[in-house]
Design a protein around this ligand. Sequence first.
Ligand SMILES: [Fe+2]
Ligand SMILES: [Fe+2]
Length: 164
Amino acid sequence: MDTSRDPLAVLRIEHEEIRDVLNKLDGYLKKIASAGSDEDRNNIINQLNEIISFMDKDLEVHFKKEEEALFPVLGNYIGVETGPINVMIIEHSHCRDLYAGFKLKINGYQSDKDYKSIINAGSSLSQLLLEHEDKEDHILFNMAEMHLTQEEKREIMEKILALK
Ligand SMILES: [Fe+2]
Ligand SMILES: [Fe+2]
């Protein structure tokens, strides 16, 4: 199956994009920690907008592609209520909560100047999300490769394209 028509290949490529953004985020967090002045720190915190717009849109759509297109079909083989899909759904929810907290800290920064909380929230999010995408790449997607038929992959791909 051509890569652009294979849902698992598409999701794996998105994982690479997510890793690139998390790398950038880690770089920003280090710079925030080592900033020499309030002005420098302000400037770097403003640059987090780039990360925010990716997570608001692309990360959320990525989660939906898994939750609404992949998981229901793969769930026919390995279950949704328990097991790895259930763990992935719980982690999506945990990531969304951590992300909401991270945004709150960024928005509150102008009044509380609490940059350490931005760093803590951003690091927790980054760590969980990295571990999550690794589990999908190395465990869940391999199970999907084992079970899904070409027809099911086509069906998942159609749903993914509709979520763009
Ligand atoms: Fe996921
Ligand atoms: Fe994923």
